[in-house]
Design a protein around this ligand. Structure first.
Ligand SMILES: [Zn+2]
Length: 170
C-alpha cells in the first residue's frame, strides 16, 4: 500500500509533528483496525490505524511499522498486540525524491514506566521486581505491611514478621 505524502501531515493522526523536542513517545496499544482515512486532500483510503490508551491521536501504521510490531512481539495477530507497549520516534526517510520525517516504531520494547514511588523504609525508588510492577509491589506491601516498600525492604519486612518475638527485644 502506498502512502500519500499528505497522510504524513494529517492533523487527525499522529505524525512527526506530534513529537516535541524529538523525544520518543511510549505508547500502549488499545486497538488496531483497518478504516477509511480521509486525507487532507479529501481522498479516502483504507489504512491500518492504531489507537492508544494514552491521550494521543491514533497512528496510521504503514507496513514497515506493522512488521516491526509483529517482530517485536512475535505475533502477526493484531488482537495479540492489545496492551503491548511500543516506542515511537522520528526517523528521516527518503520519499518523494526528498528526505522527510516519518514516524517509526523503534526496534525495542519499552521498559516499564519509570517508577517514582519511594520506599517507606530506605527512601529509594521502588523498582519492578519478581514480575510485579513498581505500582503492584507498592500496593502489595501497603496491604501486607502498611507501607510501600521496595523489594529489598519487603524481604526484610517479611523476615521481621517471621522473627516477631526477637523483634520485641530491640
Ligand atoms: Zn527500601
Amino acid at each position: 500500500m502506498k502512502t500519500h505524502w499528505k497522510k504524513l501531515t494529517n492533523p487527525n493522526y499522529l505524525g512527526a509533528y506530534s513529537i516535541e523536542d524529538g523525544k520518543d513517545l511510549i505508547l500502549t496499544i488499545k486497538s488496531v483496525r483497518e478504516e477509511k482515512v480521509t486525507g487532507t486532500d479529501g481522498k479516502k483510503d483504507d489504512c491500518v490505524v492504531c489507537y492508544f490508551y494514552e491521550n494521543v491521536k491514533p497512528m496510521i501504521l504503514n507496513s514497515t511499522n506493522l512488521k516491526m510490531i509483529a517482530k517485536l512481539y512475535r505475533t502477526n495477530f493484531i488482537e495479540d498486540w492489545v496492551g503491548k507497549r511500543i516506542q515511537v520516534g522520528i526517523e528521516q526517510v527518503r520519499a518523494f525524491g526528498d528526505i522527510v520525517d516519518a514516524l517509526r516504531v523503534r526496534k525495542i520494547i519499552p521498559k516499564e514506566k519509570e517508577s517514582t514511588i519511594p520506599c517507606a523504609d530506605c527512601g529509594d525508588t521502588i523498582q519492578p521486581s519478581n514480575g510485579l510492577t513498581a505500582e503492584e509491589l507498592a500496593a502489595y506491601t501497603m496491604k501486607k505491611y502498611g507501607r510501600k516498600l521496595c523489594a529489598t525492604c519487603a524481604t526484610k519486612a517479611a523476615q521481621t514478621v517471621k522473627d516477631g518475638d526477637s523483634h520485641a527485644d530491640e
